[in-house]
Design a protein around this ligand. Structure first.
Ligand SMILES: Cc1cc2nc3c(=O)[nH]c(=O)nc-3n(C[C@H](O)[C@H](O)[C@H](O)COP(=O)(O)O)c2cc1C
Length: 355
């Protein structure tokens, strides 16, 4: 069985190891969703990971649920991304762009004309969302119309095509963390009576329309998808997850995409889902070097996704190789603008040079 340091082929590209950087929102873009020039340095520093998955990126103005998140739907946004894959490729790394639409998690504060967000049904999520003025209660969304569903599917496809134009190796659909795709999958946020609600097949329809449109736009080998079965974040309830996710994975088996990425802190989902899926299976959330290696060793996943450890340790593969100590992530700088807490986590060799 492979180790964390063995290469793996996904689609038409080879990753040099099986240590994958998790998508992580860092809120350094400006209000127009344009990345600052120093974002290229952040991703470049982490290019020794087998694959980088970028922070979640808005596919349209209505997708935006968080301050200073980047977009991939205007010419200026696409241009601002361009140096990022270029910098990662120059160091021999690979990088996918994660695309999302936050649905009912968006606050009017982030939407054009302070409009109401759209979601499968007019059901408000319990809880609050982060803004620079403090936490704010979620609002009741408006039920998305069928025409808007079709437009959103086209927006995901256009975002995928734009990512390839900007130089990315592929795109990851964010179908996790309680955003619009998972809202359709749920038993509590989707109360629709039409072909997008009710049965498992109907609740999964939007997911497959989006995936198929993205495949059509950029090819299956450039598409990945992230799930977080039953993680309650953003008020998600999935009463029939035990049936829903095996159904989804069986349907995905026919599509031959680059990989699926499953986040589950309890790691219980992997034992159930890994055997159902025939392609590349990435497991994430809460892994250490040891637990990651153990899962690979038993064939429980093909690669391991690390979030906070890669955020705080740009040279994580090298630190794992040497069994070196790790920098601790500083939560106070996760989502604030500026270079501090973003591009100033030291690599081992920088520490050696200064000591
Ligand atoms: C600062 C931060 C931002 C995150 N943003 C995203 C995101 O944009 N998209 C996403 O799919 N997950 C996001 N996540 C979740 C991570 O991808 C990952 O699933 C989670 O951190 C668990 O992995 P870890 O224990 O290795 O950190 C974020 C996590 C953190 C810490």
């Amino acid at each position: 069985m492979p180790t964390l340091f063995d290469p793996i082929r996904i689609g038409n590209i080879e990753l040099r190891n099986r240590i994958i950087m998790a998508p992580m929102t860092r809120s350094r873009a400006n209000d127009e969703g344009i990345q600052p020039s120093y974002a290229a340095e952040y991703y470049r520093q982490r290019a020794s990971a087998g694959l980088i998955i970028t922070e979640a990126t808005n596919i349209s103005p209505m997708a935006k649920g968080y301050v200073r998140t980047p977009g991939i739907y205007t010419r200026e946004q696409i241009e601002s991304w361009r140096p990022i894959p270029a910098a990662v490729h120059a160091r021999g790394g690979k990088i996918f762009l994660q695309v999302f639409h936050t649905g009912r998690i968006a606050l009017p504060d982030f939407l054009p004309d302070q409009t109401q967000p759209v979601a499968p049904s007019a059901v408000r999520a319990k809880g609050q969302n982060y803004t620079d003025e403090g936490m704010k209660e979620f609002v009741t969304p408006r039920e998305i119309t069928k025409d808007e569903i079709h437009q959103t599917v086209r927006d995901f496809a256009a975002a995928a095509a734009n990512a390839i134009k900007a130089g990315f190796d592929g795109v990851e659909l964010h179908a996790a963390s309680g955003y619009i795709v998972q809202q359709f999958l749920t038993t509590n946020a989707n109360l629709r009576a039409d072909e997008y609600g009710g049965s498992i097949e109907n609740r999964a329809r939007f997911l497959f329309e989006v995936i198929d449109a993205m495949i059509e736009a950029v090819g299956p080998e450039r598409v990945g998808v992230k799930f977080s079965p039953q993680i309650p974040f953003n008020d998600i309830e999935e009463a029939d997850a035990d049936l829903m996710y095996p159904y989804i994975l069986e349907q995905l088996n026919e599509r031959h995409i680059a990989y699926i990425h499953v986040a589950d802190y309890s790691a219980k989902a992997h034992a159930k889902l890994r055997p159902v899926y025939q392609g590349n299976y990435f497991a994430g959330a809460g892994f250490t070097k040891e637990t990651g290696e153990a899962l690979l060793e038993h064939g429980g996943a093909d690669a391991i996704v690390y979030g906070t450890k890669l955020l705080a340790n740009p040279d994580l593969p090298e630190r794992f190789r040497r069994n070196a100590w790790l920098n601790e992530p500083d939560q106070s700088t996760f989502y604030v603008p500026g270079e501090h807490g973003y591009i100033d986590y030291p690599a081992l060799e920088e520490l050696a040079a200064t000591s």
